[in-house]
Write a protein that binds this ligand. Sequence first.
Ligand SMILES: NC(=O)c1ccc[n+]([C@@H]2O[C@H](COP(=O)([O-])OP(=O)(O)OC[C@H]3O[C@@H](n4cnc5c(N)ncnc54)[C@H](OP(=O)(O)O)[C@@H]3O)[C@@H](O)[C@H]2O)c1
Length: 275
Amino acid sequence: MVSWVVTGATRGIGFGWIENLSADARNQVFALIRSRATAAPLESLAAKRKNIHIVEADLSDPESLKQAAAHVAEATGGSLDVLLLNHGAAAADTSSLLPTAFHGKEKELEHEISENIKVNLTTSIYVTNAFLHLIRKGTEKKIVFVSSSSGDIEFTRITGLSAVLGYSIAKAGLNMVATKFGAELAPEGIKTLSISPGWVNTEAAQAITGDPETRKFFLSIFHKLDANVDGPIPVAESVSAQLKVVQDLTEKDSGKFFTHRGDDILRSSGEAEWF
Ligand SMILES: NC(=O)c1ccc[n+]([C@@H]2O[C@H](COP(=O)([O-])OP(=O)(O)OC[C@H]3O[C@@H](n4cnc5c(N)ncnc54)[C@H](OP(=O)(O)O)[C@@H]3O)[C@@H](O)[C@H]2O)c1
């Protein structure tokens, strides 16, 4: 039996992870969510699949995370195989502003940076540290941080994507967080990875790229990398591709940033399957 904790599991890609993993009865799947208020589809799936456990926690509160980890430990006998930090969002309402537009808007800039760091990065460190003692006892010993290509410098340089400043900074930082944990924990056989899920058809993607004009703009920038991109991919496709990358993760690749295809940037693939 392989045990998984997935954060941000109420909807979108996180819910896709729960659907995929729980279809195999050999997996024990913990959906770590901040509130049942947005979890109706998850609740009804959990009612049908007994290997799904819903655990509520405030990811910004170490005490709440400690309780969540204790809950998981009770069910697994004190271990965890894979921790999947999927939660995240382009958090501030200033995400469409380009860097120069923040001139004279220092408060908005601080909010744009700090909110995105808090939601996407700091919480991931809290969760990792709260569950680390369980990972140490696990068999797989894997920690996966769901990042974004917009946190990749080369992607940004080539596509010219200048908006979502705070989100991109937070995801770039998250890639470093994965590498830092990987460096520290390598002697214990713990592997880390940051992964871009691709451009995926979720509410979050709809909110950013759903409007026809914006979608056209995003297609035009993705085409600078790959003429074949024709829109966001389905959640299930992203998840099954990511799952293969996670399953294939070994010490050799620990700390790297991969696309959902398992390549480490357009330098090797020439493809733009990230977002
Ligand atoms: N979709 C894409 O094209 C795309 C591309 C690149 C990267 N990503 C990354 O992939 C991950 C999943 O994205 P998605 O498209 O599935 O997004 P989504 O549909 O908006 O779902 C986001 C999930 O994260 C949770 N979440 C958000 N902020 C949180 C917080 N502060 N504390 C706890 N939970 C929080 C949400 O929970 P609630 O229900 O409680 O709000 C929800 O379960 C994110 O890390 C995102 O940055 C997505």
